[in-house]
Design a binder for this molecule. Sequence first.
Ligand SMILES: CC(C)(COP(=O)(O)OP(=O)(O)OC[C@H]1O[C@@H](n2cnc3c(N)ncnc32)[C@H](O)[C@@H]1OP(=O)(O)O)[C@@H](O)C(=O)NCCC(=O)NCCS
Length: 170
Amino acid sequence: MSQKVAEPPTQPAFVIRPAKRRELEDLIEVYKSGYEGLEEYAERTEEDIRDYLEWLYDGDPNGFLVAEANGELIGFVSVHSDWWDRRYQRRTAEIHELVVRKDWQSKGVGRALMMAALDYARAQGCDYASLWVGEGNWKAREWYRRLGFEEVGKGWSVWVRMVKKLRDEL
Ligand SMILES: CC(C)(COP(=O)(O)OP(=O)(O)OC[C@H]1O[C@@H](n2cnc3c(N)ncnc32)[C@H](O)[C@@H]1OP(=O)(O)O)[C@@H](O)C(=O)NCCC(=O)NCCS
């Protein structure tokens, strides 16, 4: 008599770890791929993307995390934990960037990157996490809302401000 063996869960395998500065060059393609169709909210030229990634990294190297699968980089998050939000007069972790390569989106990578970034921010003593998201980037806006971010206003041009408390007692 044959016995049915349960299939193993099909969780895609990826790891989240701190980035190395020399890996920034490989992230240019990840950034371009993630922002396909959302170019109005992204840096366009390779030079601008490179400068931007270096600025992100140098602002808080330990807050720059990558997702890696099969030896390839598939996403990253950059948080600057030494930020100050005038609205709350509190130390705030600014999530400056979060991108997942197109073919890896909707597989849990972005969530894992965000959770790791928020853990890092809490460990650094931040009370809030905040970010700017493109007004027409509906997927990301809804996605952030589901992760507990609230829209608290509009900034200059096409940007919406979102904030999340990092401690229950606040
Ligand atoms: C926004 C962004 C970072 C989200 O990352 P992501 O990896 O696609 O997000 P997740 O997979 O964690 O979550 C997204 C969806 O996958 C689902 N999901 C989560 N884990 C999953 C898993 N293991 N398997 C399948 N689906 C899963 C979630 O329920 C969610 O549902 P949805 O399809 O209804 O949205 C990504 O879409 C992206 O790079 N966008 C372009 C750049 C951008 O807009 N960045 C934000 C700038 S402010």
